[in-house]
Design a protein around this ligand. Sequence first.
Ligand code: PMP
Length: 404
Amino acid sequence: MLDIDKIRADFPILKREVNGKPLVYFDNAATSQTPQVVIDAIVDYYSNYNANIHRGVHTLSQEATDKYEEARLKIQKHFNAKKSYEIIFTSGTTHSINIVATGFSSLLKKGDEVIVSALEHHSNIVPWQMLCERTGAILKVIPMNQDGELVMNEYDKLLSDKTKIVFVNHISNALGTINPIEEIIEKAHKVGAAVLIDGAQACPHIKPDVQALNADFYVASAHKIYGPTGVGILYGKEEWLNKLPPYQGGGEMIKEVTFEKTTYADLPHKFEAGTPNICGGIAFGAAIDYANSIGFENIQEREKELLDYATEKLLEIDGLKIYGTSKNKTSVISFNIEGIHPYDIGTIVDKLGIAVRTGHHCAQPIMDFYKIPGTVRASFSFYNTKEEIDSLVEAVKKAKMMLS
Ligand code: PMP
């Protein structure tokens, strides 16, 4: 059992008020909150050893390099990557996906096929569409059902020896559905296709084992896992990272530069051009340590309790419909109330200090599937409480009364 009062004290922001009410933060799927240990790591970096890494002989530069590489090792261990250089620091999930999608330009030809799922965030759709425009490859889509689950027998029909890469999220940000990625990966490999898993939404809830999953690429953002914004990772199997060309040219990513020819640095530096988000990488490591100190089993148990409680209480509201009703889902509730625009509900509950997200959640195809403009999305983290859920339910009832 987690000591929730003690855990809440780790997050300074949870003490603040919004519009004169205690903050209730239910926008965790967009960005999770940051514990004091991560804030301390950021302050420590800028207070004590802020310096550029990898190319300095002076003490500060060496200290910063050591801490940054230590963070890479922590992340390697957390994701169970075979080699530390299979972890590339990026600015986040979007950047990571773009590195792979752009790199695949040199591996695809006209008529090749790539497969996406109907449940994707725009950042795991648009870079691949751009890839298809560049190469003449064809984008195929695994459809979804009313519960917000992927229709797996349709996936089987899409796969063929023309399939070169499949890219799906581990967990849908708009609905919370946990996708059967083990099956998706295994079946893709049978036809010789690579698989990229967008783990942005999974990492706050699940500790992914990239070797057990046999994922070719796995991508994530630190800000979803109690870390800072502007930093994330691309995990790639060594053989795939070696096959892909560099994404950006610049300092740090070279072995030797002459005006005749440049040779590229070894992994991971080949994909890490320019000065990285050094402090962000170090803070990402601190966030991973924090999440592991809470324990992912504890996180899952707590969030399941919050999800079940909130689902039951919200469904007591007349006219409220939840989208994403898979049994296999994380602590995300996307809902609407008949006849009311989600934006209006979001605005009223904010006046009561409650942060939810409204809109299409960067997943317009899902909204089109349900023929709705968007939803209200409440997403819970282990530091949330049932009392906060009660406040949300009361606030939604009030909004309904005001707007009906
Ligand atoms: N994929 C999913 C499933 C997401 O939820 C998000 C963030 N909402 C992203 C990709 C993009 O992450 P970032 O904005 O950190 O690059």
